[in-house]
Design a protein around this ligand. Structure first.
Ligand code: DSN
Length: 407
C-alpha cells in the first residue's frame, strides 16, 4: 500500500525509466507529445460536460461556457481531419464507441458480422455477448480472411446475402490491408445493412491520408480510439455523414454508457489533431515504410511473416507466425529482452504482432528495422541469453529519445 506521495512518485519514476529502456513495438500504443500530455492535467479533468439531450449546447451542468467552445472546436477539427458531417467525441475509448454503435443500431435478435478474436478482432461483440442478456439478444458471425490475412471480400458478400445482418463492422487489431468496404456498399444498400468501420488501429494512418478513409469508401459510421497509430491521448470518437445514426448512437452512448466524458482528453485530442494536420502524412508514409522494411528483414532472417503475396502490410503492423520457434507465449520472453509486442495463441498457430507507430515517432527508419529484426532472431530463433540482449536493446533505444512528427 502507498503511504506517501513520495512512494507514488518513486514508482512512477521507475515506470518511466523502465519504459525508456524498452523497445516499444506494441501496435496499440504510442507516445504523445509533451503538449498533449500537459493538457491532460488541465482543469477540465475535474469537470462534467454531459448534454441533457443530444444537442451539445444543452449542457446538464453549469460552468461549461468555455468547455463547450473547446469541445465544439475540437469536433470541427475532427470532422476536418476524418471527414464526416457529424462527430461525437464523448466515447472515452474506442471500445465504448463500438459498444454504442452496436447497442444503438441493433434491435434484439439482429445479427452483426465482425472480425473474430482469433483473427485479431477487437473483441467487441463476441465478449459483449458474455453478458447474459446480450448473449440472448445479439447474434454475431465472423468474417473470413484469406491466406494473406486480408478480408475475403467474396466470402463476406456471400455471407451478407445469405445471413442479412443488420450491421457489418470492419476493422480489427491486426489489420494488414484495407478492408473491402467499397465492395460491400452495393449489397449493403440492397439489403439495408449498415456498414461500420472500427478504425481504432488505423486512425493515425487515415488522418495522415496513407490509408483509405472508410467514410469515402462507403462506410456509414467510423469509430475508434485516439491513441494507437494516432498519437493522441487515450479516448474514442465517432464520425458519420448520417444524422440519424449519429443521434441514435449518441443517445445510446449517453447517459447509459458515459456520463462524464473525461473532458481533459478533448484539448489534448485537439492538439494531436493539429499535429496530424501538420505532420500526419510524413509520419504515415514512414510508418508504412518501416512496417514493410521490418517484414522483409524478418523474412530474411527466417521468420514466417504473413501477407507476403500482398507485400506483407499496408499498415503500422506486421503479423509473424512463430509456431516453428515458440511453444510458449513469446511475448513474455521478448519482454525479458526489453522488447515489447503482442502475442496471440488463440488461432491455429501462435503469432506475434509487431507495430511501428512509436518507434517511427522516435525517429527510427528502415535501417533500424533491420536491427530490430536481428533482435527478434536472437531471442526467438537463436535463443540467446535475454539478459544480454536487453543491454543491447537499452543501448539501441537510448539513441532514440527524441520525438519526431510532433509539436
Ligand atoms: N485491441 C487491443 C489491441 O489492439 O492491443 C487494445 O485496444
Amino acid at each position: 500500500m502507498f503511504k506517501t506521495i513520495k512512494d507514488i512518485d518513486n514508482l512512477l519514476k521507475k515506470h518511466t525509466e523502465y519504459r525508456k529502456g524498452c523497445l516499444n513495438l506494441i501496435a496499440s500504443e504510442n507516445y504523445s507529445s509533451e503538449i498533449v500530455r500537459s493538457y491532460l492535467s488541465s482543469d477540465l479533468g475535474n469537470r462534467y460536460g454531459c448534454y441533457t439531450t443530444e444537442d451539445p449546447s444543452d449542457r446538464e451542468y453549469t460552468g461549461n461556457k468555455y468547455i463547450h467552445e473547446i469541445e465544439m472546436n475540437t469536433q470541427k477539427l475532427a470532422k476536418d481531419v476524418f471527414g464526416g458531417k457529424y462527430a461525437d467525441l464523448r466515447p472515452i475509448s474506442g471500445h465504448m464507441a463500438g459498444m454504442a454503435v452496436v447497442l444503438g443500431i441493433l434491435e434484439p435478435h439482429e445479427l452483426v458480422i465482425e472480425v473474430s478474436l482469433e483473427d485479431w478482432g477487437h473483441g467487441l461483440v463476441g465478449p459483449m455477448r458474455q453478458v447474459s442478456q446480450f448473449g440472448e439478444t445479439i447474434k454475431v458471425e465472423y468474417m473470413k480472411f484469406d491466406q494473406d490475412r486480408a478480408v475475403d471480400a467474396e466470402a463476406l458478400k456471400k455471407m451478407a446475402k445469405e445471413l442479412k445482418p443488420k450491421l457489418i463492422i470492419f476493422g480489427g487489431s491486426g489489420t494488414l490491408f484495407p478492408e473491402p468496404v467499397r465492395e460491400l456498399r452495393q449489397i449493403a444498400d440492397e439489403y439495408g445493412i449498415i456498414l461500420a468501420y472500427d478504425a481504432s488501429h488505423v486512425t493515425g494512418l487515415i488522418a495522415g491520408k496513407v490509408f483509405p478513409n472508410p467514410l469515402n469508401e462507403g462506410a456509414d459510421i467510423m469509430f475508434g480510439s485516439t491513441h494507437k497509430s494516432f498519437p493522441g491521448p487515450q479516448g474514442g470518437f465517432i464520425v458519420s455523414n448520417r444524422k440519424d445514426l449519429i443521434e441514435k448512437i449518441g443517445n445510446t452512448l449517453s447517459p447509459s454508457l458515459v456520463t462524464s466524458h473525461h473532458l481533459n482528453r478533448i484539448p489534448a485530442f485537439a492538439a494531436s489533431l493539429l499535429e496530424m494536420k501538420e505532420y500526419g502524412h510524413e509520419y504515415g508514409v514512414q510508418i508504412i515504410k518501416n512496417s514493410k522494411a521490418l517484414a522483409k528483414a524478418m523474412t530474411k532472417r527466417g521468420f514466417n511473416v504473413l501477407g507476403a503475396d500482398r507485400g506483407y502490410t499496408e499498415t503500422h503492423l506486421i503479423l509473424v507466425d512463430v509456431g516453428e520457434y515458440c511453444s510458449q507465449m513469446p511475448g513474455k520472453l521478448l519482454e525479458r529482452a526489453k522488447i515489447l509486442c503482442s502475442d496471440d495463441f488463440s488461432g491455429a498457430s501462435p503469432q506475434i504482432r509487431v507495430g511501428t507507430p512509436e518507434v517511427t515517432r522516435r525517429g527510427m527508419t528502415e535501417e533500424d528495422m533491420d536491427y530490430i529484426a536481428e533482435l527478434f532472431r536472437r531471442v526467438l530463433i537463436d535463443n540467446e541469453d535475454v539478459d544480454v540482449i536487453s543491454k543491447d536493446v537499452e543501448a539501441f533505444v537510448a539513441k532514440y529519445q527524441e520525438l519526431k512528427y510532433a509539436f
